[in-house]
Ligand binder design. Structure first.
Ligand code: FEO
Length: 404
């Protein structure tokens, strides 16, 4: 598909994928693995696709040019969803192909595909940030974006086209045969929902790095952002870049996310009382049983919530396992004192879950004992009233922006 004069999208659509990174990231709408072909005096292929789609990928390229006419391959990132089919490309293109990537990408690629790479006579050029190459009318500039989200990550910018080939950055897991954001018309909110989920699950941990790199990227005069997953940003470039800045700088909403895991519904009763307390202050609130709702969707809500209320029953002297898995996903995000958290739970005789959760949260949010609650077995009405009042005070503190 044509993106712009002599710039084609040659990637593939993975309609049926519901587990990205195997089971660690559940996706609801499939995904795409985007690759781009830039035809100029030198013909350039930017990124590849998952190895499952190698034949379709080659076929897509062949619809535009003979793969033997590819002069340059740019690898912005070597995670296998983008590098998996590159060996097939190498087998199809000429022996004089040049690969451009970061040094880390070269090391990673050789480790993944070691023996097979040696079969080809590749000239591999490692780049440094802001280095440019001229491919005819076009100049391509490379910008390293390490830990956004792997050490090898970089982006490529076409100065003539004002296209940022951003790889995973600004990606969305959304299988569609459309190409541009505005092709979705009134349904474009899906893209922002998926972009947010992508950020929460793939990028959130790297917030401090991301902010500094965004500062460089948003200064480029961009007309298209062509990521490696999902649709190309054309109409909503300002909106998605601003969203990224907001998420990376922890700009939080007056919103509370309540998450719980319960053995015999006692902790669940507390969760619902907490919800009523927050709702009584007319604050935006969302409640999730972590065993019923996938953690990838819950993380999306946590990303921009000013308040987290998190509870678990105690079993085997610890919090319950699904909650533990969720908290493992966030325990290395940077501490934000503008986020307030509350911890709760029912227990039988020892109650270690409360301290387990506090230990994780106090490293990443402001966690105050006055907003924490625990009780033995089934909560009484008085105890549920107490939870209601705790959550009400919690909500008032958030509403008044009086967290720190
Ligand atoms: Fe889409 Fe980091 O791979």
């Amino acid at each position: 598909m044509l993106l712009k004069d002599n710039v084609y999208s040659v990637g593939v659509i993975d309609w049926n994928n519901r587990e990205f990174h195997e089971s660690t990231y559940k996706i609801r709408r499939g995904t795409t693995y985007n690759s781009y072909l830039v035809l100029d005096k030198k013909n350039v292929l930017i990124d590849g696709v998952h190895q499952s789609y190698k034949n379709q990928f080659i076929s897509n390229i062949k619809k535009i040019i003979n793969p033997k006419k590819i002069d340059i391959i740019i690898l912005n990132h070597i995670e296998p969803d983008h590098s998996g089919a590159i060996m097939q490309v190498l087998a199809s293109c000429s022996y004089n192909v040049i690969i451009y990537s970061t040094r880390k990408a070269k090391e990673g690629f050789l480790k993944y595909y070691n023996d097979n790479v040696m079969l080809y006579n590749i000239e591999w050029r490692t780049i440094s940030s802001f280095q440019e190459i001229t491919i005819g009318k076009r100049t391509l500039q490379f910008i390293e974006t390490p830990m956004m989200h792997w050490p090898d990550s970089m982006v490529t910018y076409s100065k003539l086209d004002n296209i940022l080939f951003s790889n995973d950055i600004f990606g969305q897991h959304y299988a569609t045969n459309q190409i541009f954001d505005d092709d979705l018309g009134i349904h474009c909110s899906i893209l922002f929902e998926e972009a947010k989920k992508y950020y929460a699950n793939i990028l959130w941990t790297f917030n401090p790095v991301i902010l500094s790199k965004l500062d460089i990227l948003v200064k480029l005069p961009i007309k298209l952002i062509a990521p490696s997953h999902g649709l190309v940003w054309r109409k909503y470039i300002c909106r998605i870049t601003q969203q990224y800045i907001n998420w990376a700088s922890n700009l939080l909403k007056d919103k509370v996310t309540i998450i719980y895991e319960s053995m015999w519904h006692s902790t669940e009763k507390i969760a619902y009382s907490m919800l009523e307390g927050v709702t009584s202050e007319h604050l935006d609130a969302y409640l999730f049983n972590v065993t019923k709702i996938d953690k990838t969707d819950i993380l999306s809500h946590m990303l921009d919530s000013k308040g987290w209320i998190i509870g678990s029953s105690t079993n085997n002297r610890q919090m319950l396992p699904v909650m533990s898995t969720l908290l493992n996903c966030i325990k290395y995000i940077n501490k934000v004192n503008t986020r307030l958290s509350s911890v709760f739970g029912s227990y039988g005789w020892s109650g270690e879950a409360i301290d387990d959760i506090k230990k994780v949260l106090s490293n990443i949010t402001l966690t105050l004992n006055q907003f924490c609650f625990s009780c033995v077995f089934n909560p009484t009405n008085d105890e549920l009233n107490e939870c209601y009042n705790i959550a009400k005070q919690f909500a008032i503190r958030i509403k008044n922006n009086n967290i720190i």
